[in-house]
Design a protein around this ligand. Structure first.
Ligand code: ATP
Ligand code: 6CM
Ligand code: CA
Length: 591
């Protein structure tokens, strides 16, 4: 006889692929129970299981550890031998033929990919479930002993989902034993945050920040037992000002819900706070900044979401929430921007003069359009075809492996970034011995008329440009890619721009040059009256400046810098990269 039972449907952000509640007490496995010994059957064949190398725990590089617990349990009414080791939970069908047709999906989950484990309630309802739905049951025994494991499931295009699988035990004791063992393993995941401070910009992007957080992120944090102080911002710079003053000791991380501008605020608050605590003067351009301890998570809810996209591979709030939950950590480079020994801003993605500066200035007037303001203003700026004359001086990154023309992008566990991190540690020790004069000699200068001067700390990939402005830029190698787009025809500039959206090489144009650098300076040929010393530098670089210049089609006014989507009014800036100054709750883009 088949009974009708009711179970809850998973809520948004979680997907139930394998779980069906089944009562099993004493009927299938009279001998079923926990066996904290070696499994009776040989270890599962590699091809039967999910690739364990997906888990980046260093423990995975060691030989497979002995099992902590082995039991025969039911999954989707099929019997499985379930094994827990320090690094992996796997379930091997005891009746392989039936199991293969039961659609049980994954047969193993690395412990580092487990989000939570919950005892399933007696009536067959997961404690965290949502709506009710009808389901058949094979047993009249209403007493259930089951637990559900929620885990990361990789989906297409770098998306992560939260899946769940329910295991049925022969008795309550066994069930408790499993829940306890799994929770103990989760507690050992030392990088996972427990308490966060979260800033939500309710006005970023399509103004969905609050809704995205409430509907998609908060339930996952709750499931993972992460507590949070949530601040919905009331004005621009609210988050930055709060971080400069607040007690941050109690937090394991900061989360920004919004776009690149909101992230920039949070980053400025954290970096400035860290320097303030260490007595570092940010106005001093060559100051060795102190790296930030707290990690920042980004829940994308902006217009471009470039920083999220370029570090995760997608701008999906659930994916980002899962990276935060499992405690990923990725250092990133940060550039500091100064004007005449005055600190202006930090940048992690794009610093763009000319095309991207003008686009941003125009787009700010049209914020009401939401994300499409960038298309509108980008098109207008393209038509205006302004170029700007000036000199770019830069210090090439000669000691770092890799080039902006490399065919391979920076990916999770990148060797180049790791090498730079190791070098950083060595150079921090030897810092005082460094010969500054030697570096000064390596500076190079490019003078000309530019449609765009772009400096990228990372690829700057985003939905509009999936490979980004500099596809081979590294997240944490201590370098920036400096892209100089010289004056050219509208058609050629259009060709260059279109190459950002397809697989063609945007640097393969005679009017584009790209350099991997550690520092650069821009001196506009024409500058504001108050910048008298920059005018002097300009005169040295360009000779006498003639303001009535009929033959030149260049705009004699200045552009602005687009700094991660925020405007910098000064044209003359000095930029210096700080290797691995910040850490994010990401791992880089998985291959
Ligand atoms: N409560 C608020 N009211 C007004 N502005 C705010 C508030 N909170 C934050 N801001 C500011 O809003 C600006 C834009 O926010 P955000 O980056 O989230 O969205 P966006 O500009 O649409 O996206 P993107 O930066 O990805 O293009 C930021 O500069 C931030 O300082
Ligand atoms: C005719 C076809 C033309 C196609 C051109 C596509 C080129 C797209 C490149 C996009 C690069 C984005 C770089 C990231 C910049 C962010 O820090 C910043 C803040 O979010 N966004 C913009 O400035 C928004 C910048 C938007 C510019 C359009
Ligand atoms: Ca870099």
């Amino acid at each position: 006889m088949t009974e009708a039972r009711w179970m809850k449907e998973p809520r948004a952000g979680r997907r139930r692929t394998t779980a069906r509640i089944a009562g099993v007490r004493g009927c299938l496995f009279p001998d079923g129970g926990a066996e904290p010994v070696a499994p009776k059957s040989p270890p599962p064949a590699r091809d039967t299981f999910q690739r364990l190398s997906d888990c980046r725990s260093p423990a995975m590089e060691r030989p497979v550890p002995p099992p902590l617990l082995v039991s025969r349990l039911l999954v989707s009414e099929q019997p499985f031998e379930v094994t827990l080791t320090e690094t992996v939970l796997c379930w091997q069908p005891l009746r392989p033929k039936k199991a293969s047709s039961s659609g049980t999906g994954h047969l193993s989950v690395p412990v580092c990919d487990i989000v939570a484990v919950c005892e399933t309630e007696e009536d067959g309802i997961g404690k965290e479930s949502g709506r009710w739905q009808k389901m058949p049951s094979f047993s009249t025994d209403l007493t259930l002993h089951a637990f559900t494991v929620y885990h990361v499931q990789r989906s297409k295009e770098h998306h992560w989902e939260c899946n769940e699988v329910t295991f049925h035990c022969s008795d309550h004791l066994l069930c408790n034993q499993w829940v306890k063992a799994l929770k103990e393993q989760l507690d050992l995941q030392a990088m996972r945050p427990k308490h966060l401070i979260i800033f939500i910009n309710p006005f970023g992007g399509k103004r969905l920040g609050k809704q995205i957080y409430d509907d998609k992120v908060a339930p996952l944090f709750q499931l993972a037992c992460i507590t949070a102080d949530v601040i919905v911002t009331e004005r621009a710079n609210h988050a930055r000002d709060h971080l400069i003053e607040a007690d941050l000791e109690k937090y394991d991380g900061i989360v920004s819900v919004g776009g690149d501008g909101m992230f920039s605020e949070v980053m400025h608050g954290l970096i400035s706070r860290t320097q303030k605590n260490s007595g570092i003067d940010e106005n001093y351009p060559t100051a060795e900044l102190v790296p930030c301890d707290l990690r920042i998570g980004i829940i994308p809810a902006g217009s471009t979401d470039c920083i999220c996209y370029a570090t995760v591979g997608t701008n999906d709030p659930i994916t980002s929430a899962l990276h935060i939950i499992i405690g990923d950590s990725q250092p990133i480079d940060v550039s500091s921007v100064h004007h005449k020994h005055m600190f202006l801003k930090y940048s992690v993605s794009l610093l763009g003069y000319g095309f991207y500066g003008d686009t941003l200035i125009d787009s700010e007037k049209n914020r009401w359009m939401g994300p499409s303001r960038y298309n509108f203003s980008g098109f207008k700026t393209f038509l205006s075809h302004h170029c700007y004359e000036g000199a770019v001086s830069f210090l090439p990154a000669t000691e770092t492996p890799g080039s902006p023309r490399d065919p391979k992008p920076c990916t999770a566990g990148c060797h180049i970034c790791k090498y730079s991190g190791d070098q950083l540690k060595v150079s921090q020790k030897a810092m005082k011995l460094k010969c500054i004069d030697e570096e000064q000699q390596q500076w190079k200068v490019v003078k000309g008329k530019f449609l765009a001067i772009n400096s990228t700390n990372m690829s700057c990939a985003c939905p509009k440009s999936p490979k980004g402005l500099s596809p081979a830029a590294h997240l944490a190698d201590g370098t920036i890619d400096l892209i100089l787009v010289h004056k050219c025809s509208r058609l050629n500039f259009l060709r260059h721009l279109i190459r950002h959206t397809n697989n063609d090489d945007q640097f393969d144009h005679a009017f584009v040059e790209v350099h991997r650098v550690k520092e650069f300076k821009f001196t506009p040929k024409y500058c504001d009256e108050e910048d008298t010393d920059i005018q002097d530098v300009g005169k040295n670089l360009f000779g006498q400046i003639c303001r009535d210049h009929p033959s030149c089609s260049c705009a004699q006014h200045q552009s602005s810098w687009n700094c991660d989507g925020e405007i910098i009014k000064h044209a003359a800036i000095e930029v210096r990269v700080h290797c691995q100054l910040l850490k994010l709750f990401v791992r880089g883009i998985e291959k």
